[in-house]
Design a protein around this ligand. Structure first.
Ligand SMILES: NC(=O)C1=CN([C@@H]2O[C@H](COP(=O)(O)OP(=O)(O)OC[C@H]3O[C@@H](n4cnc5c(N)ncnc54)[C@H](OP(=O)(O)O)[C@@H]3O)[C@@H](O)[C@H]2O)C=CC1
Ligand SMILES: O=C(O)C1=N[C@H](C(=O)O)C[C@H](O)C1
Length: 270
């Protein structure tokens, strides 16, 4: 399969390049960056931390999409929305890891996914996708006397909060309880907040250093506490999931899918 990488000079873009270049059965069709990014013109092998491959980063996403069967993109919400439209026009599969989309951007993404195969997941690692199922199960089992709090920490460069993964964990917990996350989420607390409402799902966010991604879900009950956590120490876990998703798209019909379907944790039609 010919796979292209959009946002190829970013933290995830370089990791995705490396994963594509070192996975058997896939070929790198190219890499694209934001016009004006200093990496444009640089060798893609070197951006990946490998030997030069004689192929340079470009800034023409449409040309990359035409040369690819699937593209992997971890960039910004705005770029992702522009690029999913290009993928839909050319029938190229789009694997998206970008987080921080607004509800309107999410609706637009869904519209484009009617015309091509799109996999969009806030976290492409196997571990977090297993954790989502565990959190839903524990939340379904415990009564609302157990307070649910979601803690996350990421590197100092991260621009969106709470992380896409933390919000997905919140949605999983809410699903387990049979409620809508928006109705119960406490996304910020400051000052005299009053006592914690029963049934709230709280979020706490830390940013610092080079933390790849830590998530912890706390179920705090009377006299005991259950904690489920995922600690990422290598971005390769996300890139591995992204390449697996790209290969999976080859046998799918147009539509919006998640990692649960890619990993076989949920049927693709369900
Ligand atoms: N789903 C998952 O498993 C994971 C998701 N993420 C998410 O991925 C996203 C990116 O994270 P990260 O790699 O750390 O961020 P970076 O800022 O390191 O990388 C983003 C890259 O996209 C580039 N870019 C911006 N606009 C365009 C455009 N129009 N065309 C092509 N490239 C463009 C940026 O260029 P420039 O700097 O010039 O703007 C930058 O090189 C975030 O939303 C993050 O939350 C991260 C890890 C795992
Ligand atoms: O920006 C990051 O780095 C990450 N972003 C994703 C998120 O917002 O959940 C996934 C992972 O936690 C790393």
């Amino acid at each position: 399969m010919r796979i292209g990488v959009i946002g190829c000079a970013g933290r995830m873009g370089r990791t995705n390049l490396r994963e594509v270049l070192t996975t058997s059965g896939v070929t790198l069709s190219g890499g694209a960056e934001r016009p004006g990014n200093p990496a444009v013109g640089q060798d893609l092998g070197m951006l990946a931390g490998l030997d030069p491959i004689g192929m340079a980063a470009g800034d023409d996403v449409a040309a990359l999409v035409r040369a690819s069967q699937a593209v992997i993109e971890f960039s910004t919400p705005e770029a992702t929305l522009q690029n999913v439209a290009i993928c839909a026009e050319h029938g190229c599969a789009h694997v998206i890891g970008t987080t921080g989309l607004s509800p309107e951007q999410e609706r637009e993404l869904r519209r484009h996914a009617e015309r091509t195969v799109v996999v969009w997941a806030p976290n492409m690692s196997l571990g977090v996708n297993l954790l989502l199922g565990l959190v839903e199960q524990v939340a379904r089992t415990l009564d609302p006397g157990f307070d649910i709090e979601i803690l996350e920490m990421h590197h100092r460069h991260k621009v969106d909060a709470p992380s896409g993964t933390a919000l997905a964990l919140g949605r999983a917990a809410a699903r387990g309880r049979g409620v809508e996350l928006d109705a119960v989420a406490a996304r910020a607390r400051d000052g005299i907040t009053g006592a914690r409402p029963t049934g709230a799902i709280g979020f706490a966010v830390m940013r610092g250093g080079d933390v790849v991604g830590d998530h912890r879900v706390v179920f705090a009950g009377p006299g005991e506490r259950i904690e489920l956590a995922h600690i990422a120490s290598d971005r390769r876990i996300y890139a591995r999931g992204a390449v697996r998703a790209a290969l999976w798209t080859a046998s799918q019909r147009p539509g919006l899918y998640g990692m649960a379907e890619v990993l076989g944790l949920r049927p693709a039609g369900g």
